[in-house]
Design a protein around this ligand. Structure first.
Ligand SMILES: Cc1cc2nc3c(=O)[nH]c(=O)nc-3n(C[C@H](O)[C@H](O)[C@H](O)COP(=O)(O)OP(=O)(O)OC[C@H]3O[C@@H](n4cnc5c(N)ncnc54)[C@H](O)[C@@H]3O)c2cc1C
Length: 432
């Protein structure tokens, strides 16, 4: 075919949601994916948030390769050899749609999702890198793909290239992100027998658990560590802003090793076998620094657009899918009007603004910046709080009142109470 209705760059959640929506309406759509197969180059934590997917493919969880649905969440602060944690267990999340949160392994999930788009009529070329856009009178008219006959044309192009968005930058829609605006994350898949995982994390059937660790988990830096339970493996990882890693002269793999060797984490991983390790970036651009999302003949979706909620919710997949779906709907409208100019595609931005995507980015987009102004939250406070707790629980001949007084005095020596309470208030506002 000489010309498609739409070309999509990248077969991640954003690109495939767009391809599926467009193909179902009978338009011609082709996706170029650089990986050997969709998902082969992808990794995430991860919990797939699926309100959008459940609209695209109702009850997808009955057929998709999901690992476990999340019923338990645990947030934990580590000091050198202690832990303070809060754990939530929701029996209600055991029923469809399972609170729309599932652990998945991207190599399996993305492949399945891409097949759904192919079944709807999308054509996916794998092992094909797109090197650039082709312009006609200033309008994007196609892409230059690294394969034979690589110049391919379309009415409109969707760029779903993910966090490392070189093409979006080259098109002049986005500035190169600064080191504090990108998280570098490294993740390991650790295999363990299903029964061991269920015993160790107190899970039954396909229940799953998401564990987030702060403080010493990432050497007291801004960032976190995580463990997510899959069927017969654990996803284990750490992530911190590139700027902080550079400042502390820390390498991602060393940070992961340090996390895994923390006494609390070590117990959870014991007996596990490393299956794979990979690294990737997460954009945390801030609401005010989002890229321009449209140009003549071009739309930007998913991580390339900076659509990741950086708060405790850590939601990227749902936003990626929603933006892909909205880009597709905008293209269907533009097709009817025959107008693929930037003005003709503006409906996309409006749809995002009227949705949870922009609302959440506006509410949480600046969380990383706010937290970076309070480094004490990640080191000084966790250590002081855990020492305070230790003072309360250490058995001695002192009266309980004397024990408590001593513990509080030690705490107040390290931490100004007013500043602590103010910081806690600011932190709660920032992350919840
Ligand atoms: C360590 C980590 C943990 C995360 N945890 C979570 C989590 O728990 N929950 C959550 O919701 N989100 C999480 N995220 C974020 C989530 O993974 C992303 O928001 C989501 O994958 C974005 O989807 P996307 O389709 O925009 O991009 P991607 O999934 O990155 O897909 C982009 C695709 O484009 C392809 N591509 C790139 N450039 C080209 C090119 N030039 N030519 C052809 N193909 C190209 C890539 O190979 C890739 O397949 C995490 C991310 C990381 C890195």
């Amino acid at each position: 075919m000489d010309k498609f209705d739409c070309i999509i760059i990248g077969a991640g959640p954003a690109g495939v949601s767009a391809a599926l929506t467009i193909a179902r309406k009978g338009l011609t759509v082709t996706v170029f994916e650089r990986g050997e197969y969709p998902g082969s180059k992808n990794l995430f934590g991860g919990v797939l948030y699926s309100t959008v997917l459940n609209k695209l493919i109702p009850e997808f969880y009955n057929e998709a390769p999901v690992e476990r649905h999340i019923t338990k969440r645990r947030y934990s602060i580590l000091s050198k050899n202690s832990e303070m944690a809060v754990e939530f267990d929701f029996e209600d999340f055991n029923h469809p749609p399972f609170n729309n949160s599932f652990t998945v392994l991207r190599a399996k999930f993305d492949r399945w999702f891409a097949q759904k788009a192919e079944e709807a009529g999308a054509v996916i070329f794998t092992e094909t890198v797109v090197d650039d856009f082709i312009y006609d009178n200033g309008k994007v008219a196609g892409v230059r793909a690294r394969r034979e006959g690589g110049d391919v044309y379309a009415d409109v192009v969707i760029c779903a290239e993910g966090a490392n968005s070189l093409l979006t930058e080259r098109a002049g829609l986005k500035k190169k992100p600064l080191p504090h605006q990108m998280i570098t994350a490294v993740k390991e898949v650790v295999s363990l027998p299903k029964e061991v995982i269920e015993d160790r994390f107190n899970l039954s059937n396909n229940e799953g658990m998401a564990l987030e660790f702060f403080g010493e988990a990432v050497k007291g830096m801004i960032g976190s560590g995580f463990i997510y339970t899959n069927k017969d493996s654990l996803s284990v990882g750490v992530g911190c802003p590139i700027s902080v890693m550079k400042e502390k002269n820390m390498k991602p793999n060393d940070l992961l090793e340090s996390f895994k060797s923390h006494p609390v984490v070590k117990k959870l991983l014991r007996g596990g076998k490393t299956e794979e390790i990979s690294a990737k970036m997460i954009p945390e651009l801030g609401y005010g620094n989002l890229p321009r999302l449209t140009a003549d003949g071009l739309l930007i979706v998913g991580d390339a657009g900076g659509f990741v909620n950086p708060s405790l919710y850590r939601e990227g997949t749902n936003m990626a899918m929603y933006s892909g779906m909205m880009a597709a709907e905008t293209i269907l409208e533009a097709k009817e009007k025959g107008d693929f100019s930037e003005r003709g595609l503006q409906g996309y931005v409006k749809k995002l603004e009227d949705s949870f995507v922009m609302e959440d980015l506006e509410r949480y987009g600046d969380v990383p910046e706010k937290l970076s102004e309070m480094p004490q939250l990640f080191k000084e406070y966790p250590e002081a709080i855990l020492k305070l707790a230790k003072g309360y629980f250490t058995v001695s001949d002192l009266s309980k009142e004397d024990m408590h007084r001593q513990a509080w005095n030690r705490f107040k020596d390290k931490v100004s109470m007013w500043k602590f309470l103010l910081d806690m208030y600011k932190a709660r506002k920032a992350v919840l």
